[in-house]
Design a protein around this ligand. Structure first.
Ligand code: FES
Length: 286
């Protein structure tokens, strides 16, 4: 794995973005759309923005949010209201402004050496839970825009209950294969989303080399997905969720332990620069 240098990159922009819309999409979950001439144009699936939620010192630090969608003029995020910063966000109205830095991080499987999205025959399996779902929607849309058939995209969504299966209808509109799981059985498989994934991998005839798995969501889910991918010998990319105070390698607060060929066998990777997307097998999960 390549070690990347910290610091602001030429592809990152700081913008004052105007709120275009705000919509409640599930209990405690909102989609916020912001006008942005520069960040949105450069946004890749799996990358994120750092949003300063208030002008005052409370909260002091910006918060990271993955792209849910982006085009040449605007981008959206889907967030869960869990603290002071996101509570402030939830009260924003059309026309309000926010200070935003991005796009930050590397993003999903666009690297040619990974045989990324340019190979049309590939089967794309995406496994998401909670607020890990938005980047998978962005990725699916980008794949389809780049002439990958929606029939080659398989989405596995997990949630506590039906009301929290975020963006389910929008995935349906894309025409992708959709597998759902809820803890309480109110929709789809009752239990973890990893079970439908494992069932799927056990039943298909495609060689593992034609499949890629991408996952984002709670750490135990991603750990389980990564283990399943290794069992079936399918390459897997995970987008880690760690606290990020700066988003460009300055605070060193987003370290993730990854395997390394050095003497100790591991090292700390700076997730905002080298990630947030890593190969599943490179992460030291325990
Ligand atoms: Fe500051 Fe990564 S968030 S170094």
């Amino acid at each position: 794995m390549k070690k990347l240098k910290p610091g602001l990159k030429p592809s990152m922009y700081k913008e004052i973005c105007k709120v275009l819309s705000q919509e409640k999409v599930a209990p405690g979950h909102f989609v916020l759309t912001l006008e942005s001439p520069k960040i949105s144009k450069n946004a890749k699936p799996g990358q994120f923005v750092q949003i300063l939620c208030a002008d005052s010192t409370e909260p002091l630090l910006p918060r990271p949010f993955s792209f849910l969608d982006a085009d040449s003029k605007k981008f959206s995020i889907l967030y869960h209201m869990v603290g002071k910063g996101t509570e402030i966000l939830s009260k924003l109205k059309k026309g309000d402004t926010l200070s935003v830095l991005g796009p930050c991080g590397n993003g999903f499987g666009l690297r040619i050496e990974d045989g990324g999205w340019r190979i049309g025959k590939r089967q794309y399996l995406m496994v998401g839970g909670g607020v890990g779902i938005p980047p998978l929607y962005h990725f699916s849309k980008q794949l389809i825009k780049n002439k990958i058939s929606n029939k080659n995209i398989y989405i596995f969504l997990g949630a506590r209950d039906k009301s929290l299966l975020l963006h389910e209808k929008e995935f349906k509109k894309l025409g992708v294969h959709l597998y759902l799981a809820t803890d309480d059985g109110s929709c789809g498989h009752k239990g973890f989303v990893t079970q439908p994934l494992e069932n799927f991998l056990s039943s298909i005839l495609h060689p593992p080399s034609s499949i890629r798995i991408y996952t984002c969501g709670p750490t135990p889910m991603m750990k389980a997905v990564s283990k399943i991918a290794q069992k079936f010998e399918v390459p897997c990319e995970v987008s880690v969720e760690v606290p990020m105070a700066c988003g460009f390698g300055a605070c060193l607060g987003c370290a993730v332990t990854v395997r390394d060929e050095g003497s100790t066998g591991h090292r700390h990777a700076i997730a905002c620069c080298e990630g947030p997307v890593f190969r599943g097998e490179s992460i030291v999960w325990d």
